[in-house]
Structure formats: structure tokens, C-alpha cells
Design a binder for this molecule. Structure first.
Ligand code: ADP
Length: 937
């Protein structure tokens, strides 16, 4: 398009460079131009040099040049202009120029020519030249702008980060691709230019490119298209793209500029979102609890199937409704307030928290149900939401109620069962007391029975022995045999009674053991001295292969009894000329003793029974069933009570081997303890005390005279009962007991001494005119001396049985009229290592205290006749006893006055029924230690 340029309106003066040697001609031209309306400014030059100078120093609208110049021509000037590439219209003026010349000039670039004789044409030519120049300039500007625009577009294309390509509409072949396309698809530029746009597409994807293009073209006008498709890259990956098409001319061709946008990531994200939304939906619908989404205005924005089922509203009906629709009327206001509050401070409200709030839900039909609601804030595209999970807890409430009911029921039952049990306990306690009483009765029965049996038995034994010795006149042979039978039978009976007593004592737990460390070889001779006569009579050799130094930790009396039982059985069941031996070995921490014989042995079937009571499985080798069948039963219990074992190894005809074990040494303190004290003395006597029992005063006097100068304390008793009382009270270190002639009272006394727990352990030295050694030992005597007794024999026997420094265990006097309490207190003290002596009342306590001084006194307050307070009074009044530590253990309700007195006069007082054991023991120990320290200092 050529812009309209009005030359008439040439702005400002027309600047003319006039190449002319004739000034008049130049003036003429000027005049002509001005006449036609130009304002003219003319610069005239003549030489080429001047022309060149002007061109480079000034700018002109037009150049007029004369053709014929003195040194050069107008054509030369035109040549200069052309070389300089200056676009200034050039007009030639001449007088005689032919047509040919003029054409040459135009050809060389002149705008026109004017003949000098037709100068009126000059302004027209000038105007035309100016017009042409203006046109030329405009075209150049347009072309430049076009070029610039194209450069921009090219740059946009080349540097665009989006893949771009140009393809031919006819062939679909690529004509151009940008760097982004090369980078994106992985094809080189050359490869692209060999390809067609359809090659990028996935085969089979519709619409097919050619077809699509035809369709678009058919619509007419420029093609503009946006569509989604899939492209395959050189490496095989497939991308989702959106393509934009624009038709354009590319050179001579109709082409399409295609821009691709990779949307694979977006697609993927969209799909993931879709999947998670689907999952969310599924979860929502599958949830067993009602789930509601509520927006900030309290409107329900979603609800699941469970919500529909719970509230009985179709979901569609719920959407957009205020959530208070589902809340009972009377709670709505509070609910709305709470909801607004919740939105101000959204937080997770979990089940346990929800549980504390007793909430209710309202169904469409107006019924209510107890509900538990947990809340959690959620942000969504539509703003903040609250997710409410609602569950109907009526069932749980019912279950809880049921549990509460069951618990209450259970409690009630437990209570009634407890009451029943308590009643049963009381009943049991009563029974226990009855059993206890029955046991006591049994004990008493056995004691009196044995006493009752022994009395006539004594007569039988005594008189039969007198008869046997033919003191009352001679007997014929038959009579002598009969008497022998009577005597033998009597002895057997006595043994039986003793055994039964032993057994019942063990059974009742009344067999008190006093173990000490004994040298086995020292205890054996006593036993052998009893066994030997029998063995000699049967020509049985008894071999002692005991090592000299083997010790055993056992009650020596019971140990001897065990040995005696086994050895006498061995002799009994071994035929004449056989052999019996006793041996010992140390195995681990025990002593294993073995009594072996070459006797008749025991049948395998019987081996398991011989340790049972009254089991006699064979006949003795003398042909009759001697013995009681209790020996082994007692032996077994004695062994086991002392922590040992007994067993037998025997074959009929081959003899028997009886084994038993006992501890080698005392148990370590703190370990399982055997009763370990030997109440050989009361209090802490400085000298050993011997009780002398004899009905003959001179005999008593004699023994007292023997012992006093030798450092013994003595006590005397004239009868068995007196001896028993004194022994129980003073616990002498030894007793000498006269067998009191034929009356049998001595045996009685011995049996009683051995059966009373307090006196059983006191060694008894029998003193007799007749030699009943065997019987004596069998009944538990420690030694047997024949009258007349020499001082040396007596002292030797005492030395054997009385420890050199008697009673170095502290002794506590226990005073209580309640036998059980007394016994229990004594046991507590004894198990803590004290010796105890007991008094059954205040009077007895004072009697004991008159004779000796214990290390402490444990006293009950309420006792008949002389009570505890009186005992304390007496103690405080006595010079010797004043600082004796006194402890009180009482069930009495104490008045203030009582307590004051007790605080003043006793170490401490304890209440029966409250825990007292440990504290009492601690304080007794302290008190005694203090005293010891005092007396030592
Ligand atoms: P008894 O008073 O009859 O000896 P024990 O309890 O001591 O009673 O023994 C039970 C039985 O064991 C005996 O009667 C006897 O049959 C058998 N017996 C015990 N010791 C031996 C032994 N050394 N040899 C064979 N039999 C024995």
C-alpha cells in the first residue's frame, strides 16, 4: 500500500543542491520552483569536489544537476550519489539532450530530466520525484518492520520452551521444529524433517491427523484447533499432550504451526486424585459408623450410607440441611454454640473424649438414641469442614448396664460367699479347737494309758523277775519256763508301750529333738554294750568299722536309738555264727551309716513295707516274732525328722544292708533349721546343776557330797513326782535317778522325764543295784551306774553328758496362765536362739525367780491369784532382780495408769493380737546385750 503523500504540502523550505556553473540558470530554476509554491533554499556547487563536500556536510531534499559541466557531467554526479547510496531524488537539466541520453540517465538512477527551455515542467518533476522518494521510504520502513517482526517470531519459535513444529498441510511432513521439540521428543532436527506429523501419534488413536485436517479445512478460513492426544517419544515413552494448531503460509506452502503441551503429570495427578476420591467414597460408604461432613455454616455437605441408616433420612435430604436437624430439640441451641466454638478452635475430638460427653442423636421419626461423636477438622476445596463420626451406643450402654448389674450381682455373691466362708472358718476354728482338745486328750490318754499299763507291768516284770531268781522259793523246771515266758512277755509289752508312745509323740509333733555335733565312734559303744550280750549268745561277731573322727549332727539319744534298732534287728534276724557290721562314710555333706548283716534277708515284695507300722514280714531267727513291728517305723521317722533318709538293700538268704544318712554338721544359720537348743540349764548358771533323785536320804547326801566340791550345783528329790516337778522347773544339766528298788517308780519317773518335752533332753544317769542296762538304754537313759557308785564313776558319767560350760544361751522366763500362749511365746523365743523356762502363773514365776535369775522375763498381766503387776512389783523390790529386763505381752485393755506403770517398770509392753514378734525379739536382744555389756564392765 502506498501512502498518499502531498508534495504541495512539503514542510518547511525545499533544500536544493544545484550542480550548475551558470548562476543565472540556477536562479531561474529557483524562481520557477518558488512560483509553484515551494520555499526554496538553494546551494549551488560547480566542481565535483564541492559536490562531494556538500553531500557529506549537509542534507538536501533534491539535487538538480546540469548535464554539461566544464570539467565533468551530470552523469558523473549521479554516479557519486549512487556510490554513496544516498536516496536523494536527482533531476538532470540540459539544453540539448537527446532522448537517448535521457533514457541513459533514468537507467542510471535519475528521477527525471528537464529541458532548460521548458523549465515550467521543473516543479512537476520535483514534486513527482519527492513523491516517489516518500513512497520508497515508506516501503522500506514497512519492509524493515516486517523483517523485525519476523525475527521476533523466529526467536519466539526457536527459543520457545514448548515443543513447536511446522508441518505441510498436504504432505503432513515436518518443515521446521524448535529446540524444545528436539529436546522433548528426542529426535534430531534432521530426523524430524524426514518425519510426518502423524508419525508422532500413537497408531490407531483417533482422529487420524489427515482426516482431522481435511475436516478443519472444509470449514473454511484459517485453521485453529486445540485437541488432546498421545505422542510417542523416540525412546518409546508415551506422553499425554494438548496440541494447538494454527494454519500459516510457510514459504510457498500451506502449513500448520503445531504447539504441544505435555500434560502427562497433570493427567497422572488427576487420575490419582480420582482414585483417592473413589477410595474416600468407598471408605466413607463402607464405614460402619455414620460419617457427616459439616461446613462452617453448620450445613451438611456429605453423608454416608451409615448416616442414612442411622438417622433414617435419605442422603439427598440431608445435604444442605443444618446439622442440628439431627440433634434433639432441647440440645440444638447448645449444639450450635458448641459447633461455632469448635470452628474457632478446631481440634481432634477422639472417642474417649467423646465418650465423656453424653450426647444424643435424633432420627427422622423423632426417636432419640445415645450417641458418641468424634470430630476432626478437615480442609477441602470448599473451605474448612468438620468430619463428625457418629455411633449409636445404645447397645454398648446396655452392655455396660449389664456389666454393672453383673458386677453388682457378683459383688453380692462374693459378699455372701465371704460370709459363708467366714462362717465356715469359724466352724473350722471350732473344729480345730476340738481337734486340739482331742489331741490333748489323746496325749493325756496315751500318757496315762502308758502309766496305767506300766504300773501293772512293773509288778509283772518285778515279780516275775523275783520268781525267776527263785527268791520266793524254788521253782520246778516247768514253772521256771512259765515264769520266763511271763517275764519275756512283760518285757515285750513294755517295749511295745514305749514304741507306741514314741510313735504317737512323733506323730503329734511333740518329739523334741536336740541335735548337736556328736562323734559317732563315741556314741556307738553304749549301743554295742546292749547289743553285745545278745550277739554273744548267738555267736554273732559284731564288727565295728567306723572311722574314729566321723561326726554327725543329731540328737544323740535318738541317734543311739536308731543304731540300737538297726543293730538289734541285725542280730535278731541273723542266724547263729553270722556276722553284723557297722560302717560309716561321708557322702557330700552327710554321713551315711550302714548296718550290715549276713542274716535271712528280706523278700523283694516285703522291702517296701518294712518301714510301715506293725509290719513284721519274717520270723526272727529264734523262731518267734519278737519285737513290736514298730522299730523301723520309728527309726524312719527319727531319721527323717533329723533331715536324713533311710533305705535297705536286701536279698533273702544273703543278708541285709540298712543305710541311713544324717547331716555331717549343723546347718548354716538361716538355712532350714532343726531345733537346735539344748535346754540343759536354766538362766545362765555359772555351775552345772544336777538333780539327785533317790528315796534314800543318805544316798542323796552321799551324791551331794560327791558333787558339790567338784563344782556342781545340786537339787534333790525324794520321789518320782517331786523329781518331775523340779526337773521341769529348773532344767538341771543332768539327773541321777535311783531305780528305787523293785517298786518300779524309777522306771515310771524315767519314762515321764523322757516324755515331757521340757525334760526329755536332760541326760538321766540311772543308778541301780540291779543291772537293767539294756532296758534302761531302751527307755532313753544316758548312762547306767551300778550301786554302790564310786565318785569317779559318777563324775566320769557326768562329764560324758554335761557340757563343760552349761547354758551359754540367754534364758527368758515366760509367764502366762494360758498354756497355748505360753508355749507359743516360748517357741518364738527358742526359735530365735533363747532358752526358755516357763511359769504358769505369778506364784510359779516368783518361785522360779527365787531360785535363779534369767536374762529376761516375758510376762502376761492378767493371771489368777498373783497377777503380772504384782510380779513386776516383786522384781522391782528385789535387790538382785531389780534390773532384770521385763517385757509384757498382754491382751488386757490398758488404762492410762496401767500404761504409766508399765512405762516406768518394764522395758516395753506389747499387745496380744497386734504384731509384736519382731519388735519384742529385737528389744529382748538389745536388753540382754546391754546387761552383758554391763556385767562385763
Ligand atoms: P520288729 O520289732 O519286728 O523288729 P521292725 O520295724 O524293727 O520290727 O522290723 C520290721 C520287720 O522288718 C521285721 O519284723 C523283719 O521282718 C524285717 N527286718 C528288719 N530288719 C531286718 C534284718 N536286718 N534282716 C531281715 N529282716 C529284717
Amino acid at each position: 500500500m502506498i501512502p498518499a503523500v502531498s508534495v504541495v504540502d512539503h514542510p518547511g523550505p525545499l533544500r536544493v543542491l544545484h550542480v550548475e556553473h551558470n548562476a543565472g540558470d540556477a536562479e531561474l530554476c529557483r524562481a520557477e520552483l518558488e512560483r509553484s509554491g515551494f520555499t526554496v533554499q538553494t546551494t549551488r556547487v560547480e566542481t565535483a569536489q564541492e559536490f562531494v563536500d556538500q553531500l557529506s556536510s549537509d542534507s538536501y531534499d533534491i539535487i538538480l544537476a546540469d548535464y554539461r559541466l566544464p570539467a565533468w557531467t551530470g552523469l558523473d554526479a549521479l554516479e557519486v550519489l549512487r556510490q554513496r547510496e544516498l536516496d536523494i531524488p536527482f533531476l538532470l537539466g540540459t539544453g540539448t539532450m537527446g532522448e537517448e541520453m535521457a533514457a541513459e540517465c533514468i537507467k542510471r538512477g535519475a528521477a527525471d530530466y528537464v529541458l532548460k527551455d521548458r523549465l515550467t515542467r521543473l516543479p512537476v518533476a520535483v514534486r513527482a520525484a519527492l513523491h516517489e522518494r516518500a513512497l520508497r521510504r515508506e516501503q522500506a520502513r514497512i519492509a524493515r518492520e516486517q523483517r523485525e517482526r519476523e525475527a521476533v517470531f523466529r526467536m519466539l519459535f526457536a527459543n520457545n520452551p514448548m515443543p513447536m513444529a511446522v508441518f505441510d498441510q498436504e504432505t503432513l511432513g515436518f518443515l521446521e521444529v524448535n529446540d524444545a521439540a528436539i529436546a522433548h521428543y528426542g529426535y534430531s532436527r534432521d530426523e524430524f524433517l524426514e518425519m510426518r506429523v502423524s508419525d508422532l501419534r500413537l497408531r490407531g488413536d483417533v482422529p487420524e491427523v489427515g482426516e482431522l485436517l481435511r475436516e478443519l479445512k472444509a470449514r473454511g478460513g484459517p485453521i485453529v484447533y486445540t485437541g488432546e492426544t498421545r505422542h510417542r517419544h523416540r525412546d518409546g515413552t508415551i506422553k499425554h499432550v494438548i496440541v494447538n494448531w494454527h494454519s500459516l503460509r510457510f514459504g510457498t506452502r500451506d502449513a500448520i504451526l503445531a504447539v504441544a503441551q505435555d500434560i502427562t503429570e497433570r493427567k497422572r495427578a488427576e487420575e490419582a486424585l480420582k482414585a483417592s476420591e473413589a477410595l474416600f467414597r468407598t471408605l466413607l460408604e463402607a464405614a460402619p459408623d455414620a460419617i457427616l461432613g459439616v461446613d462452617q455454616q453448620g450445613k451438611i455437605v456429605f453423608a454416608n450410607a451409615a448416616a442414612e441408616a442411622l438417622f433414617q433420612y435419605p442422603v439427598q435430604e440431608l445435604l444442605g440441611q443444618p446439622v442440628e436437624l439431627l440433634v434433639p430439640h432441647n440440645q440444638r441451641e447448645a449444639h450450635a454454640r458448641a459447633r461455632q466454638e469448635y470452628y474457632r478452635n478446631p481440634h481432634l475430638r477422639s472417642r474417649p473424649m467423646a465418650r465423656a460427653l453424653e450426647l444424643a442423636g435424633l432420627r427422622k421419626d423423632g426417636t432419640r438414641f445415645p450417641a458418641e461423636i468424634s470430630l476432626s477438622p478437615m480442609s477441602s476445596a470448599k473451605g474448612a469442614l468438620t468430619i463428625a463420626i457418629v455411633s449409636d451406643i445404645s447397645e454398648r450402654k446396655a452392655v455396660e448396664e449389664e456389666i454393672r448389674r453383673l458386677n453388682a450381682e457378683l459383688e453380692r455373691r462374693v459378699e455372701s460367699r465371704t460370709r459363708e466362708l467366714e462362717a465356715a472358718n469359724r466352724e473350722l476354728e471350732l473344729r480345730n479347737r476340738e481337734v486340739e482338745r482331742a489331741n490333748q486328750l489323746k496325749g493325756r490318754f496315751l500318757a496315762s494309758m502308758s502309766h496305767e499299763l506300766r504300773t501293772p507291768l512293773n509288778a509283772i516284770l518285778g515279780f516275775s523277775s523275783l520268781l525267776k531268781e527263785q527268791m520266793a522259793g524254788p521253782l520246778n523246771e516247768k514253772q521256771a519256763r512259765f515264769v520266763e515266758h511271763i517275764h519275756h512277755g512283760g518285757q515285750h509289752l513294755l517295749q511295745l508301750i514305749n514304741d507306741i508312745l514314741d510313735l504317737s509323740k512323733i506323730e503329734a509333733g511333740r518329739m523334741q529333738l536336740h541335735p548337736e555335733l556328736c562323734v559317732v565312734a563315741r556314741l556307738l559303744p553304749e549301743v554295742l554294750s546292749v547289743i553285745q550280750p545278745l550277739a554273744i549268745a548267738k555267736k554273732i561277731r559284731v564288727e565295728n568299722i567306723l572311722p574314729d573322727d566321723v561326726t554327725v549332727y543329731a540328737d544323740p539319744i535318738r541317734f543311739k536309738q536308731i543304731l540300737y534298732n538297726l543293730l538289734s534287728n541285725a542280730v535278731k534276724f541273723t542266724p547263729e555264727g553270722g556276722e553284723v557290721s557297722i560302717a560309716a562314710a561321708i557322702v557330700d555333706e552327710t554321713v551315711r551309716l550302714e548296718v550290715r548283716d549276713t542274716g535271712i534277708g528280706i523278700a523283694p515284695d516285703d522291702l517296701g513295707h518294712i518301714f510301715e507300722e506293725f509290719r513284721q514280714v519274717g520270723t526272727s531267727t529264734t523262731g518267734i516274732r519278737e519285737g513290736t513291728g514298730l522299730g523301723l517305723a520309728i527309726t524312719k521317722r527319727l531319721v527323717e525328722q533329723q533331715g536324713g533318709k533311710i533305705w535297705v538293700d536286701s536279698k533273702p538268704g544273703k543278708g541285709s544292708r540298712f543305710f541311713f544318712t544324717l547331716p555331717l554338721r549343723p546347718p548354716v544359720p538361716g538355712g532350714a533349721a532343726l531345733p537346735s537348743q539344748r535346754p540343759s540349764s536354766v538362766g545362765r548358771r555359772l555351775r552345772p546343776l544336777v538333780l539327785i533323785v533317790d528315796d534314800d536320804p543318805t544316798a542323796r547326801e552321799l551324791l551331794v557330797d560327791y558333787l558339790r566340791p567338784e563344782g556342781f550345783e545340786t537339787l534333790t528329790a525324794a520321789s518320782g513326782p517331786e523329781a518331775l516337778t523340779l526337773a521341769a522347773q529348773f532344767r538341771p544339766d543332768a539327773i541321777t535317778l535311783n531305780m528305787l528298788a523293785a517298786s518300779g517308780a524309777g522306771w515310771n519317773a524315767l519314762t515321764e522325764l523322757k516324755s515331757l518335752p521340757e525334760t526329755a533332753a536332760i541326760p538321766v544317769i540311772l543308778v541301780s543295784v540291779i543291772d537293767r542296762r539294756q532296758l534302761g538304754f531302751a527307755m532313753g537313759a544316758a548312762d547306767y551306774l551300778l550301786k554302790p557308785v564310786s565318785k569317779q564313776d559318777l563324775l566320769a558319767a557326768l562329764r560324758r553328758h554335761v557340757p563343760p560350760s552349761p547354758g551359754n544361751k540367754p534364758a527368758v522366763l515366760v509367764v502366762d496362765d494360758e498354756p497355748y500362749d505360753r508355749q507359743m511365746m516360748a517357741e518364738v523365743l527358742e526359735s530365735a536362739g533363747y532358752t526358755t523356762l516357763t511359769a504358769a502363773g505369778g506364784a510359779e514365776a516368783l518361785r522360779v525367780l527365787a531360785g535363779l535369775r534369767p536374762d529376761a522375763v516375758l510376762l502376761d498381766l492378767v493371771m489368777p491369784e498373783i497377777d503380772g503387776f504384782q510380779v513386776i512389783e516383786q522384781i522391782k523390790a528385789s535387790e538382785d532382780l531389780r534390773d532384770l529386763p521385763v517385757f509384757v505381752l498382754t491382751g488386757k485393755d490398758l488404762s492410762e495408769l496401767d500404761m504409766e506403770a508399765l512405762r516406768r517398770d518394764t522395758r516395753n509392753f506389747f499387745r496380744k493380737g497386734l504384731p509384736w514378734k519382731e519388735e519384742l525379739l529385737k528389744q529382748v536382744q538389745q536388753a540382754i546385750a546391754l546387761q552383758d555389756a554391763g556385767s562385763a564392765g
